[in-house]
Write a protein that binds this ligand. Structure first.
Ligand code: SF4
Ligand code: SF4
Length: 338
């Protein structure tokens, strides 16, 4: 590892990463491709364009803080710049700081119930049995996870629709009391169709939750007003919120030894006491679309012997996600299967 790095990317991920990278003392500047952001100062660091930073980059390094970064990584390689993707940097930094185990991005599903029924759902929700994971189990699993893992850069609480879980407030209170210092950013990913009650909003605020809205209004008829109402409520409650329109990619069939290459997906998943190397594969397995291989596709949290390569999700060759064949997000399922 070098002494200092530029953070590349001041979108949602980069902005949230700033908060936990700054205390590590590793940042010396920020790169962003958006000319509007250049010249600003964020947390005392100047935002500059790549070309302006380049002469300095060769003595320092770059932490790439956005997904689908293959093009940027090619550029860095071509220019001889030492770099890590944020996911890998978090793992490496903790490993070199006393052999501690860390994870970059982790999805934590709490329910398979949802208000929508998207044909190409990346969590395969329409094809899975509907249940809320009991709160006792969620708490037990988190406690177990943090027995073995020192730090997670970003945990996304996902579903289905997480705001449908009746005990979400209790879960957040538990996280706040016992694990918050081991989590960089805590995100809830929602389709914005369920308005949280007062108690849940308060727990979100106390835990420093970031609300990430998946905006499906392009394909789901009649939800624009509901979405705006949700966003307004979240903002008025003093929470940070972002709204995203996803481009989804077809993973095709899950097999071993599909076409090689970097798929660019960096999210692991923790569910059923297992640490899955890829959140998409974990969901496909839960829906019966993929046969998992123990010790490679997942490990049991209690059996967590550290193997750095195992934690790199973006080198997996299990599916065709890397080909980035676009599939329309949020077309609703009427009948039939995927
Ligand atoms: S994509 Fe999101 S909103 Fe659609 S079914 Fe899946 S979890 Fe629900
Ligand atoms: S190639 Fe591997 S890591 Fe990438 S989406 Fe497919 S199963 Fe997940």
């Amino acid at each position: 590892l070098n002494d200092k790095y530029y953070l590349w990317g001041l979108g949602g991920i980069g902005r949230r990463a700033l908060e936990y990278l700054l205390p590590m003392g590793v940042l010396c500047g920020i790169i962003d491709n958006d000319p509007v952001k250049r010249g600003r100062h964020e947390c005392g660091l100047e935002v500059v364009g790549y070309d302006k930073a380049l002469p300095d980059l060769r003595n320092k390094g770059v932490i790439v803080a956005f997904f689908d970064s293959q093009e940027a990584e090619r550029q860095l390689k071509r220019d001889g710049v030492h770099y890590y993707h944020l996911n890998d940097f978090i793992i490496k930094w903790h490993l070199e700081s006393g052999g501690k185990r860390a994870i970059g991005f982790l999805d934590f599903p709490i329910t398979t119930r949802c208000t929508l029924n998207c044909v190409a759902c990346m969590q395969y929700i329409p094809y899975r049995k509907k249940l809320d994971v009991p709160i006792e189990l969620l708490i037990q699993e988190l406690n177990e996870l943090f027995t073995y893992i020192t730090f997670v850069g970003e945990i996304s609480i996902i579903g289905g629709e997480p705001f449908l879980h009746p005990d979400l407030a209790e879960l957040l209170t538990h996280i706040d009391s016992f694990h918050r210092d081991k989590i960089g950013s805590l995100v809830i990913t929602t389709n914005a169709m369920v308005l949280p009650d007062e108690r849940t909003l308060r727990a979100c605020r106390d835990t420093g939750i970031f609300v990430s809205i998946s905006d499906y209004s392009e394909n789901v008829f009649g939800i624009v007003a509901k979405l705006a109402d949700f966003e307004k409520t979240i903002k008025e409650a003093g929470l940070n919120v972002e709204r995203k329109r996803w481009s989804w990619c077809d993973p095709g069939k899950f097999e071993h030894e599909n076409a090689g290459g970097d798929c660019g997906l960096h999210h692991m998943q923790f569910s059923g006491g297992k640490l899955w190397s890829c959140t998409l594969m974990a969901a496909a397995c839960a829906a019966g679309y993929c046969e998992p291989v123990a010790g490679w596709d997942y490990i049991d949290a209690w059996d967590c012997t550290y193997n750095q390569n195992q934690w790199r999700t973006s080198c997996c060759n299990r599916c065709m996600y890397k080909l980035k064949q676009a599939i329309p997000a949020s077309i609703q399922l009427e009948q039939g299967g995927r």
